[in-house]
Design a protein around this ligand. Structure first.
Ligand SMILES: NC(=O)c1ccc[n+]([C@@H]2O[C@H](COP(=O)([O-])OP(=O)(O)OC[C@H]3O[C@@H](n4cnc5c(N)ncnc54)[C@H](O)[C@@H]3O)[C@@H](O)[C@H]2O)c1
Length: 310
């Protein structure tokens, strides 16, 4: 298949791209100007790297022309800072996605896989594990715009026959995770520990998240590309919870060394527990997480040693 990946040079997008190349798909990766390819592609890998602005209808139209399916991974905001400027969040994420959907309709591109956020769209859990039918009540603008985009995808499905698959990804971690944006406790914790620096934990360390290894996330996207069933929304998660204290403990085990930590005041917008049920994805996509937390942390730490701290 010919697949356009918006944001395909980032942490999640690049891992998905590599996974899709393994299946022999033909990729067009759309990135911001000045973002360099994340690796050298091999002669047999069919990849077109193009740059532009996701806000530009012209750039987006060029990017989707001739594609069988679009993967949408662009986000201009992060959960922790999105409440600072909700207007920007809506303008840059919702409006630009609607422009892209209009371009898809005009150019007869009918399939899309969108990455949503399992960690923010639900808000405080009413029950655990959270399945796709759980109420949605995001605490942050980032979650609200993800949800708005989900709803527009479903509206475009009804109006124009677009076929969306929405993957609500829990808390991904792994190789190529960015630590400078401080999104993702696992990446930040490992990098601090490897640098011999103190890890800052917001709250008492009981905050619990559903961490999922990036290779497993990419596998789910590869399955979503060819999904022909009738469901649209799937949680992509490990299905089990790990507290920040347990995470630090596992990190100490993997590194075989004590890790310095400091507890700070909790952040109001952090939901205390997030554990997502992944049974629907297992049944419908034929997907299951395969890499356990400890193994994923070991792989990530090894990559950081070689790639970041060299
Ligand atoms: N990292 C997480 O914890 C997590 C969890 C769930 C969902 N997501 C979602 O996954 C997606 C990818 O996240 P990531 O962690 O890989 O982030 P990332 O920053 O590594 O990747 C995003 C990519 O999108 C590109 N991009 C951003 N704005 C653009 C624009 N205007 N035009 C063209 N390209 C643009 C960036 O250059 C970057 O390479 C985002 O939509 C994010 O909301 C992330």
């Amino acid at each position: 298949m010919r697949i356009t990946i918006f944001g395909g040079g980032g942490f999640i997008g690049s891992t998905i791209a590599d996974r899709l190349l393994n299946d022999g798909h033909i990729l067009r990766i759309f990135e911001r100007p000045r973002v360099e390819p994340y690796r050298t592609f091999l002669a047999h890998e069919r990849v077109e790297w193009i740059t532009g602005d996701f806000f530009s209808m012209h750039d987006v139209t060029d990017a989707i022309e001739g594609a069988d399916i679009v993967f949408h991974l662009v986000s201009t905001t992060l959960p922790k800072s999105s409440n600072d400027d909700p207007v920007y969040d809506v303008q840059s994420n919702v409006i630009s996605t609607l422009q892209m959907l209009n371009a898809m309709v005009a150019h007869k591109v009918s399939r899309i896989v969108f990455i949503s956020s399992g960690g923010t769209v639900y808000g405080d859990p009413v029950y655990l594990p959270i399945d796709e039918k759980h109420p949605t009540d995001p605490h942050v603008s980032y979650g609200i715009t993800k949800l708005a985009i989900e709803k527009y995808l479903l509206m475009y499905a009804r109006l124009y026959g677009i076929k969306p698959v929405i993957l609500r990804v829990a808390n991904p971690f792994g190789e190529r995770q960015r630590v400078e944006t401080a999104q993702g406790a696992v990446g930040v914790f490992i990098s601090q520990a490897l640098r011999g620096k103190k890890i800052e934990i917001w709250g008492d360390g009981s905050v619990t998240r559903d961490f999922i290894y990036i290779g497993d996330v990419a596998e789910a996207f590869a399955k979503a590309a060819t999904y022909l069933g009738t469901h649209h929304v799937f949680n992509i998660s490990s299905g089990s919870g790990t507290s920040l204290n347990e995470l630090v403990q596992t990190l100490e085990d993997v590194l075989d060394a004590p890790v310095n930590r400091e507890y700070k005041a909790g952040r109001g917008f952090d939901v205390p527990v997030s554990i997502l049920c992944n049974k629907l994805a297992q049944k419908e996509l034929g997907w299951a997480p395969a890499v356990r937390m400890r193994e994923g942390i070991a792989r990530t730490a090894e990559w950081m040693r070689l790639d970041i701290l060299k």
